[in-house]
Design a binder for this molecule. Structure first.
Ligand code: ZN
Ligand code: ZN
Ligand code: ZN
Length: 319
């Protein structure tokens, strides 16, 4: 007989149940269509739930619904103190090594098929109070994907439905739109970097500016002393527009560069006052801002840029 396999069924109390913990005397139902399922305990096949092929239910919709329910159950179990928080298996945005990150404490419940204020419906909304804080979409092969992640107002991760059923305690995003995370090693590099930055700043009487300015370390090409240089969001190199946040650090000045043949806002050495040209800072492989693309200011882009600069400083031997 053709049948649909049900990885988790729902019992009389609407609880999700694995076939291995099911009791022969109880009734269980398909989480997708509600049809009664049969518990099959064979000697050859592993114990499983099944129901007959139906018009309303198929293997993909069952997987999709079951995964959603499991995601919700993991949050419920955690919040009621029955288990640890689900762990997100993510990657450090600097070094790309794996980072295991528990779901943030502030999440207090998960709602299925939640409608956001823009009208889009997400598979699972992670709620902080009455506000949807983030979304989880469940992807099952060939299923219609209705959510456009880039258009959504809240961060979204996408989980593979089969992987969730396999182990609902670890969420391994196949698409990760949550706030980038940083591993412990990269955080340590950053601390080391900032200690050095502060020491240099003190030595030259520089006041470290707001988050609009990113800091880098380099050797002055002329006097060869260790100095701090700054990067800020701007239109390419050699920008003659003054930095938006004023006043700029005292070493960032509007100066004439012989190399460029024009005046622009540029870093200078606090000791010998020579220009530290944009080309060297941004385009030379040993420049502190090599490949840095400073985006319009937000505390998040500042943090990401600083982590990247710190990691690069370590890599190029400045720490
Ligand atoms: Zn069904
Ligand atoms: Zn890292
Ligand atoms: Zn110098």
């Amino acid at each position: 007989m053709l049948e649909l396999r049900i990885p988790f069924a729902i019992d009389d109390e609407l609880k999700l149940c694995r076939p291995t913990t099911a009791e022969k005397s109880k009734n269980y139902f398909c989480p997708c269509c509600g049809e009664k399922v049969i518990l099959k305990q064979g000697e050859i096949k592993t114990t499983h739930f099944a129901h007959k092929i139906s018009d309303t239910c198929n293997q993909e919709t069952i997987t999709h619904k079951t995964a959603k329910l499991l995601v919700q159950k993991m949050v419920q179990d955690w919040k009621s103190g029955k288990s640890n928080p689900p762990n997100l298996a993510r990657a450090c945005h600097i070094c790309h090594l794996p980072v295991s990150q528990p779901l943030p404490e502030k999440v207090d419940k998960a709602i299925l098929e939640h409608r956001l204020s823009d009208g889009s419906i997400v598979d699972v909304a992670l709620m902080v109070g009455d506000v949807a804080h983030a979304a989880v979409e469940i992807k099952v092969a060939h299923a219609v994907d209705s959510i456009k992640a880039d258009k959504l107002q809240i961060p979204l991760i996408e989980l593979d439905g089969y992987a969730v059923i396999d182990d609902p305690t670890i969420w391994n995003p196949i698409r990760d739109g949550f706030k980038p995370c940083t591993c412990e090693k990269c955080k340590q590099k950053y601390t080391k970097f900032m200690t050095k930055v502060k020491r240099f700043a003190q030595a030259t009487g520089l006041e470290l500016p707001s988050t609009y300015y990113r800091y880098g370390l380099c050797n002055c090409w002329k006097c060869e002393r260790d100095i701090i240089v700054f990067a800020w969001p701007k239109e390419g190199m050699h920008d003659d527009m003054a930095p938006k946040v004023k006043p700029p650090p005292k070493t960032v000045q509007y100066r004439f560069s012989k190399t460029v043949g024009d005046k622009y806002w540029v870093n200078t050495c606090p000791y010998c006052h020579s220009i530290q040209g944009d080309f060297y800072l941004y385009s030379e492989p040993d420049g502190p801002f090599f490949a840095l693309d400073c985006q319009e200011d937000s505390s998040l882009s500042f943090e990401q840029d600083m982590m990247a600069i710190a990691a690069y400083a370590e890599y190029s031997g400045m720490l």
